[in-house]
Write a protein that binds this ligand. Sequence first.
Ligand code: ITT
Length: 192
Amino acid sequence: MKLVFATGNPNKVMEVNDLLGDLFDIQSLKDIGCQVDIPETQATIEGNAIQKAQYIVDHYAMNCFSEDTGLEVKALNNEPGIYSARYAGAAKNAEDNMNLLLKNLSDQTDRSAQFRTVVALYLNGNMHTFEGICKGKIIEQKKGDHGFGYDPIFVPEGYEQTFAELDKTTKNEISHRGKAVRKLIAFLKENS
Ligand code: ITT
């Protein structure tokens, strides 16, 4: 089955491709000639995921999926949340985002946080969503060089290492994205 993955983030593509393997024929935005930075203007992670998939439906009329992810930090009222990519500004710079988060958390003792992913799948006329959550905490200094985004400052529950220190197989086993994508795969296997 042919499915477009509506993301401009190559790190997401790598992680999701590792999970999907050869099960489906995944097309990138580039493959379908879409060079737009798809708008994300909704107030929730779920709303943004649906908006990205709906964009492909409206402009290309193809089955597709997208995902939106936010880092929700308890002591910061669940921020950066929907602003995770552009927390420190429109440049979407991961180092700047982490530095700002560490600064905003510097006087907080509760450093608990979670990543939340919502995958939105548009399949044959219907939209479906799948959620994955990974709980953990924000540490005080960056560690590791795997992964992307906030991985160097996030330690998942039950582990001592950050996502950026863990190998990609372990991250996919326990991560927000891994959990949401495994629900997507189960649904697709039953419905295609
Ligand atoms: P698309 O919207 O094109 O898919 P994006 O990078 O803009 O790509 P999001 O809107 O979902 O993606 O932004 C989420 C941001 O949160 C992302 O840019 C990273 O900075 C961060 N993020 C997402 N998943 C992450 C992960 O697994 N580990 C660390 N940081 C992550």
